[in-house]
Design a protein around this ligand. Sequence first.
Ligand code: SF4
Length: 178
Amino acid sequence: MLIEKYDLEVFTPPCEPGAERYAAKARLIADISEVLPYLNATLRGAIYHPGAQALTWKKGGHNIAFHAYEIATSNVEDRDGAEKELKGLIELVNRTWERRAEITPDTTTRQRPTPMAIYKLLPNTNCKGCGESTCYSFALKLAAAQKKLADCPPLTEPQYAEKLAALEEVVIEAPAIA
Ligand code: SF4
């Protein structure tokens, strides 16, 4: 096991007093730098920053960062959720480390698609079927991994098959941490 001991702290970020969003941080004793290219290879949407020995990832609107001696999550709705997510991230690191012989490490740095690039590939009918008032609002949420392609019903229609295929290439849907 790579991470055996850590100090966990859950707090409201000082830059957001009263915002009722929570952050959690685990300070590690072990250096997890070596696992970052394996996480980069397996976490869709992760962005690896080799110079800083860091990997950032978005999951359901939460901002997650892995550093050599620290794992952090922020923008979580409640205190328990922040703690639970952080514990899930620690398990994820340990599982990935144990499976590293099966994974080809990836040291490249990917670019996230911009909302405008996503928007151009949507049906652009503003039909509201996704629960958003416009396709651009949906594109913003898709870029932030707060929505999925499946939330736009028209995309399954035959006339949008090419757009859907192109979106599937660029949109990164972060998987749940299980
Ligand atoms: S369901 Fe799709 S086409 Fe309709 S508004 Fe949402 S993103 Fe646009």
